[in-house]
Design a protein around this ligand. Sequence first.
Ligand SMILES: [Zn+2]
Length: 328
Amino acid sequence: MEKWTGFSPVGFQDIDGPSSMKEILGVLVQWLRLDDLVRVVCASRRVTIIVYHDPSPEALRRHLGYFAKRYTFITMDAFAQALISKRWQDLPRYPMVLTVDDGHVGNIRVLDVLAEFGVRPMIYLCSGIVGTERAFWWKTAAAAALGREALKCLPDAERRELLRQAGGDLDLPQGPRQALDWSEIEALSSVADFGAHTRSHPILPRCTDPHCTEEIALCKTELEAALGRACSHFAYPNGDYGEREVAEVRRAGYVTGRTIDIGWNGPNTDPYRLRVIPVRDDASTPWLAAQMTALPSWLRHLKLKIGGRLRARSKPGTSGGVGEKAPA
Ligand SMILES: [Zn+2]
């Protein structure tokens, strides 16, 4: 049975509101040291996973400066090994794994920052998009015109066909390159590891069974052939997954599956349902501190859930479903 979880890749990060209010909240969190309190209570013996998409070098340098004083960076491999071998005691205190989704071309700009801080993130790549001029579908003009959230609700073949009719054929080059090319991936391999994020970044629960299998399994095969090394970690596009997707990720031979469900990861966390603490790529330091408490994400989650229930109540016969999800 299909289970919708998580939020959209861009819009899940925080509560709505003007940036000045976020700044005030962030400053208050720092003044009360709530971020440190939550860190000590929730993250000293549990793994914090952070998700980025396309951060600027300046923002990432600021964020890593904040994290470096409070956490110990570890790799996804080290985390997976401790989790699967039950050797949790091997992990340092306040362990943190950085992850970066999609393989945006801008990721090459942060190479020096990653080297500077000695952090080795897991970059999840879409094997059918990196190394090509194909577009990330949600970044096309066609998707903007049709409405990204509405498109996410459609069966995958219908979504692709609508985009094609609107001039956004996902099989054709779409103008300026949006994804990393293979030489950039090779350069980044000195400071990052690579995982899989499907071939074309569909909403997996909206795919047919054979298509879902293909997107998950072939991505691993293609990335391993191109990278010349094992690709053992997977991230669910848009954070959307259900029992079928978890089973497919396991069957394909991945050792972890990262969601965008909110939370920290302990020794009993399901390796195929890893949780994250959402932060914005461009968050100011006060707002980053607020986001590290996870409170903004929980508030947004609550707001979307209540909103979905109210909509369902006012329209008998409808359910919240993906309509509850935040705008991308
Ligand atoms: Zn993604």
